[in-house]
Design a binder for this molecule. Structure first.
Ligand code: HEM
Length: 489
């Protein structure tokens, strides 16, 4: 009996010693961290869906405002949130060789063929292969398709005859139409059909039960290896056969035909790899270009409706440019409506679509001290590094009255008064968003088209403030944003 008791006691003491050692990692380096609970470390409340990851980071960010880092424990493993823009640049840019990987994963056989989920040399090769197809030159070739989309959208809105409409429905139709045309050489028919194919594909993939969606994304982000093991897709169901058939059919139309567009690139990838790569590259355009841009576009419509003075200022510039060039769609005309660029940047600051960035430490490295003066901090290989873009975008130290919508923050003078890493709407460094140009081009053309024709008003059905969905990574509106488009006088 005594022997058994001693064995249990020593096992418990050993376990306690082991946990203390594990949980001493940040303390030993004078990096602050919240109180841990046994085994779960600090992530219990996220794991049990009592808060979202970005709310958790927000809280850490605000609680430890004097520090450059906040440590936390993902179960027993040290992870870190970086608060200081200078150290963020060290991670994203200067010391990229120690942070070249991300850790969020999806087991989906097609979706995972995407730079967003890939690591090491594979990421490097993939990025090198895809980037030229999203260059300024390629975007120039895509502009006529986007212009067609703009004209269809305007006609669609005119036919609403002043009825209110869900902003995201319009913007998803618009970006969906653009993706179909620019990436797959297809007619999206997004403004002609009530339920176009690209929206069906979206709805097929989506996890409709919010609790399951939240569980999957929690595991996918915090415990990527377990998500892989259990085949839990962060995105929802796997890409449907319908998507594969659509891409295969589109590629068939290019047999013996050369074109320099993205579909031609998909055809070449099919011939080169003879596996699922071409579907992955097609899905990348769908996953990363469609919903992100549609969300940013919808939030811009919301902010413009709430801020008539911003709307008016934009319309004055658009009218002037339209008079000068007799069109608003040409590249020269678009260059001159630069206030719209500021509106897009400010929208993505306030409504940070990707709420945080993730990096995995790939080689032990010492970074700047947690508080000056102090010793440098050792970040060990395998540590998950989180960069809380949303919290930084709402810090009054960098953005005065952060909850005010003010596109002038992005005028050249104001832009240069802030550290560069204070704006992370598209990330930064070698892993910066590869599709930023395409995303901004389509939102800008869409906004210009709408503002040239309509005054935007928020319908009284919209519940303010617009709440936030429970997705950990993407900012989504909880309720619909109802907009009234009134023809300009
Ligand atoms: C408004 C629209 C968009 C927003 C706000 C956005 C935002 C972001 C952000 C924050 C990242 C992470 C960057 C980092 O970790 O440093 C990212 C990565 C990425 N984005 Fe976008 N994005 C947008 C549109 C697009 C479009 C249109 C495409 C493709 C056509 C695209 C493709 C990608 C890819 C492939 C990555 C992963 C890059 C890598 O890890 O190498 N995005 N995006």
């Amino acid at each position: 009996m005594i022997l058994l008791f001693s064995i249990i006691l020593s096992t418990l003491l050993l376990l306690l010693y082991f946990l203390r050692q594990k949980y001493a990692y940040w303390k030993n380096q004078e990096v602050p961290f919240p109180k841990t609970t046994l085994l779960f470390g600090n992530i219990g409340e996220v794991l049990f869906l009592r808060t979202t990851l970005s709310e958790f980071f927000d809280r850490l960010y605000r609680t430890y405002e004097d520090y450059s880092y906040v440590g936390f424990y993902n179960f027993l493993t040290p992870a870190v949130v970086i608060r200081d823009p200078q150290i963020i640049s060290e991670v994203l840019i200067q010391n990229f060789e120690s942070f070249h990987d991300v850790f969020i994963r999806t087991p989906d056989d097609i979706a995972k063929i995407n730079p967003f989920f890939v690591e090491g040399d594979r990421w490097k090769e993939m990025r090198k292969e895809i980037a030229p197809h999203l260059s300024s030159l390629k975007i120039r070739e895509m502009r006529p398709h986007i212009e067609t989309g703009c004209r269809l959208m305007i006609k669609y809105i005119e036919n609403l005859n002043g009825d209110n409409v869900d902003a995201e429905d319009i913007t998803c139709r618009f970006t969906g139409n653009n993706v179909m045309a620019c990436a797959y050489g297809l007619e999206g028919r997004c403004f002609e059909e009530e339920y176009p194919l690209i929206l069906k594909i979206r709805d097929d993939m989506t996890i409709h039960n919010p609790t399951i969606a939240a569980i999957n994304s929690t595991i996918g982000i915090l415990l990527p290896n377990i998500a892989n093991l259990l085949n839990m897709s962060y995105l929802g169901k796997h890409f449907s056969q319908q998507f594969r058939d659509m891409i295969s059919e589109a590629i068939k139309t290019r047999e013996n035909v050369y074109n320099s567009d993205y579909l031609n690139f998909l055809k070449e990838a099919k011939e080169k790899y003879q596996d699922l790569t071409h579907f992955g590259y097609a899905a990348m355009f769908y996953l990363d270009a469609f919903a992100t841009s549609a969300l940013a576009f919808a939030y811009a419509l919301l902010e413009l409706s709430l801020n008539p003075e911003v709307q008016l200022k934009a319309q004055k510039q658009i009218d002037h440019v339209s008079e000068k060039y007799k069109t608003i769609y040409s590249e020269e005309a678009q260059k001159e409506v630069d206030y719209i660029d500021n509106i897009i940047l400010e929208t993505i600051r306030m409504h940070t679509i990707t709420k945080f960035l993730n990096r995995q430490c790939t080689k032990d490295i010492h970074l700047s001290p947690p508080k000056h003066p102090g010793a440098r901090v050792l970040i060990k290989k395998g540590t998950q590094v989180f960069i809380p873009s949303y919290a930084i975008h709402h810090d009054s130290m960098y953005y005065e009255h952060p909850s005010r919508f003010n596109p002038d923050r992005f005028s050249l003078e104001q832009l240069n008064s802030r550290p560069k890493a204070c704006y992370l709407g598209f990330g930064d460094g070698p892993r910066v968003c590869i599709g930023r140009k395409f995303g901004v081009t389509q939102i800008k053309m869409g906004l210009t088209a709408i503002l040239s024709k309509f005054e935007l008003h928020l319908d009284e059905k919209t519940i303010l403030p617009v709440g936030e969905g429970t997705d950990h990574l993407s900012k989504t509106p909880k309720e619909k944003i109802w907009i009234k488009f009134c023809p300009r006088k």
